[in-house]
Design a protein around this ligand. Structure first.
Ligand SMILES: [Mg+2]
Length: 158
């Protein structure tokens, strides 16, 4: 039997591209909040990967609402906002609840039907869980630059 803490991710996948519209529907997830750095965009990349772009376009066509909750730098966040046409603000202050609350209001659906998707346990899983959302932990696109203590904690809960 596995023990699940409140701060274990609800789901784990390798990449956002595994989160197809039918995968989300089967799990009663109506909307997504997305981390940017190392979830959608690798640290040194200046453009979104074609597979990630196609996945975002698939969400848009299926009318699955999504938003961004990112602690990323303004230039990187502006890039994803421009490409998707979805407003995105940098420096969200995750895992604090403010940006999660703002984006949940913008999606206009109950929080338990929203999943926070990200590569870091401390900001994305703890932050999303504390905000009352489902959480989906993805593998980072490149080795994590999270502080060492956060990385150790992440390994303990995995
Ligand atoms: Mg990240």
């Amino acid at each position: 039997m596995t023990r699940r803490s409140a701060f274990s991710p609800t789901f784990r996948v390798s990449s956002v591209t595994e989160l197809t519209v039918s995968w989300l529907q089967e799990r009663e997830i109506d909307g997504l909040l997305l981390d940017v750095d190392n979830t959608l965009l690798a640290p040194r990349e200046k453009a979104l990967d074609a597979a990630v772009l196609a996945w975002l376009e698939g969400l848009r066509q299926a009318q699955v609402p999504f938003g961004f909750v990112t602690n990323g730098r303004p230039d990187r966040v502006a890039l994803v906002a421009r490409v998707t046409g979805v407003p995105a603000r940098p420096l969200a202050g995750k895992p604090l609840p403010f940006a999660f609350a703002r984006e949940a209001r913008r999606l206009g659906m109950p929080r338990h039907r929203i999943a926070m998707v990200g590569d870091q346990w401390w900001t994305d899983v703890v932050g999303g869980s504390a905000a009352g959302m489902q959480t989906i932990l993805v593998n980072p696109l490149a080795p994590s630059r999270a502080p060492i203590v956060a990385r150790l904690l992440q390994r303990l809960v995995r």
